[in-house]
Ligand binder design. Sequence first.
Ligand code: NYM
Ligand code: MG
Length: 215
Amino acid sequence: MSKRGPFIVIEGLDRSGKSTQTALLLARFEASGIPAKLLKFPDRTTAIGQMIDSYLKSTSELDDRAIHLLFSANRWELVSTIEQLLAVGTAVICDRYAFSGIAFSASKGISYEWCRAPDVGLPAPDLSLFLDISPEAAKTRGGYGEERYEKEEMQRRVGEVFRRIGKEIDGGGREDGRWVNIDAGKEKEVVEGEVWALVEPLARGVEGPLRRLWT
Ligand code: NYM
Ligand code: MG
């Protein structure tokens, strides 16, 4: 049976180095001659993504649950793209995914279960890497931008929810793939090496069907 592409997700707080590390990971795939595509959530290019973008930039206001569902819909609209890439053996690297959806909305006070529900059944990553950085260290990295949620206190709560998600994925015996915390306070070359060491065993393809999150 031919292998499908691996589905790799990189998560973390704002300023944890996700964009840098996903770009470096894509370069590793390319240097190894393995087809790979980098996706980013939210995908601000779609109609739904543009609504999310204006919410994050505070040029529009939305109910907390309404914006949560838009973030989720923004993933669902990319599912067929993800499935098609993986099926032809292309690796998919995602900068944020459903875990960000839960972590950010639950930290606003919406229940964890409610936040998770719309993402149940999405393609499950084979490996999720959490770039672990303290909100204090994140703040020193040039400070936060102007977007909603980029406040130290909010990031602290978001980090707590991420930790809960990680424990459930790794400890629940579920078919949701692996979750690994990486110390993102280290130099970017060191983090990159640790990321690649975890991804490399999957890089040339994965056996077995794509699993579904939380099913
Ligand atoms: N975010 C991202 C959510 O609140 N829910 C989601 O489902 C996703 C994917 O959007 N502060 C938040 C986290 C970020 C913000 O993401 C924009 P980025 O990676 O900074 O562009
Ligand atoms: Mg950001």
